[in-house]
Design a protein around this ligand. Structure first.
Ligand code: CO
Length: 135
């Protein structure tokens, strides 16, 4: 079951500058900056009450975020839906013909297990499924 839009991921080139921008825009400070080495990204989370904003900056040229920005510029990168049981949801979606970008849930930022879906199957939107593993 889908619980809510957990966060919206935004690709940025300068995370410090974007933190300031969002603080100025929302009046809310980021609560966590975290590097995810497996994805070559640095992330920052802003809790906008009902959902979150995840700012994502590449830490290497090989990062999917660097490639995304080179192609499309900064902007909305993914929408993350929180699910109750990520393995069950992945199996259900696979059965329905959605392509999963990882076969097993992987460890994402902010204490989550995550899985991405192929954007060609979802109207060009990169969809992330996420499930909290530790609060
Ligand atoms: Co995300």
């Amino acid at each position: 079951m889908i619980k809510r839009v957990e966060h919206i991921g935004i690709a940025v080139t300068d995370i410090d500058q974007s933190n300031q921008l969002f603080e100025s825009l929302l009046g809310i400070q980021q609560y966590k900056i975290e590097e995810v080495e497996s994805e070559s990204v640095k992330t920052s989370f802003i809790d906008a009450n009902n959902t979150k904003i995840e700012l994502v900056q590449a830490t290497s040229e090989e990062s999917p975020i660097a490639k995304f920005i080179a192609k499309r510029g900064e902007g909305i990168h993914h929408v993350a839906f929180e699910v109750e049981d990520i393995e069950a949801k992945m199996a259900e979606l696979k059965e329905k013909g959605f392509r999963l970008l990882n076969d097993k849930p992987k460890q994402g930022a902010d204490n989550k297990l995550v899985c991405f879906l192929h954007p060609k199957d979802t109207n060009g939107v990169l969809v992330e499924l996420c499930m909290s593993v530790w609060e």
